[in-house]
Design a protein around this ligand. Structure first.
Ligand code: HEC
Ligand code: HEC
Ligand code: HEC
Length: 130
């Protein structure tokens, strides 16, 4: 066990850090979507929809075909009543497929002032930006 001394673990930590930084860069290419047609005007923070996070978990056609999400930012006229009714985000965020609508801040996490649109992409410095 002598060989796995402090130097070894330091090396492993450095590798892990390098890996996670590399991953951030890759994820940033899968741009997040900001949804703020009504949110801020109605007193809550803009919604950050982490597209990449969902894309690695579900096939495109699940959302863009079966669940009916149009592939265009802001085109779906999502609002809170529809979600509470089990539509759009509410088809999964219902405490069953994924955590439910009571966790407001997990979706309403954007900084005030963000406009509906795509955030991130190759120029993004990552989710920490917003
Ligand atoms: C699963 C994600 C999600 C959760 C959880 C969530 N919201 Fe929303 N909410 C949205 C989206 C998406 C919109 C539409 C954003 C837009 O374009 O303005 C929205 C819009 C709103 C709006 C704007 C007016 C309206 O009726 O659409 C209010 C107010 C709001 N949410 C309040 C809340 C509150 C309060 C909670 C917690 C009890 C909550 N939301 C939880 C996703 C969520
Ligand atoms: C869990 C649901 C979900 C999955 C899975 C998903 N998307 Fe999306 N997608 C969305 C939502 C929500 C939006 C934003 C729509 C809006 O603003 O009204 C969106 C927006 C888009 C857009 C327009 C914004 C942009 O980035 O240009 C494109 C293109 C897109 N999706 C392609 C894809 C592709 C390709 C896949 C599979 C690799 C995929 N989506 C998987 C939910 C999903
Ligand atoms: C096809 C199902 C599906 C749809 C539709 C969907 N989500 Fe999700 N979402 C999930 C699952 C599954 C998770 C992971 C839940 C967990 O970790 O317990 C998740 C996680 C999230 C997270 C947390 C990401 C993280 O880093 O932990 C956010 C924020 C979120 N969703 C917002 C939304 C919003 C906003 C919409 C609508 C525009 C939406 N989701 C639509 C299934 C979905």
């Amino acid at each position: 066990m002598k060989r796995t001394g402090r130097g070894f673990w330091r090396l492993m930590m450095a590798l892990a850090l390098a890996l996670s930084l590399g991953m951030d860069a890759a994820m940033a290419e899968y741009a997040d979507v900001v949804l703020n047609s009504q949110a801020e005007a109605q007193g809550v923070r803009p919604v950050i929809y982490p597209h990449w996070f969902h894309r690695i978990r579900f096939r495109c056609k699940v959302c863009h075909n079966e669940l009916g999400f149009q592939m265009k930012v802001g085109a779906n006229n999502i609002d809170m009543n529809k979600i509470l009714d089990g539509k759009f985000c509410g088809m999964c965020h219902n405490g069953d497929v994924a955590w439910g609508t009571e966790f407001c801040d997990r979706c309403h996490s954007g900084l005030p002032g963000l406009k509906t649109g795509i955030r991130g992409g190759s120029k993004s410095t990552g989710p920490g930006e917003y």
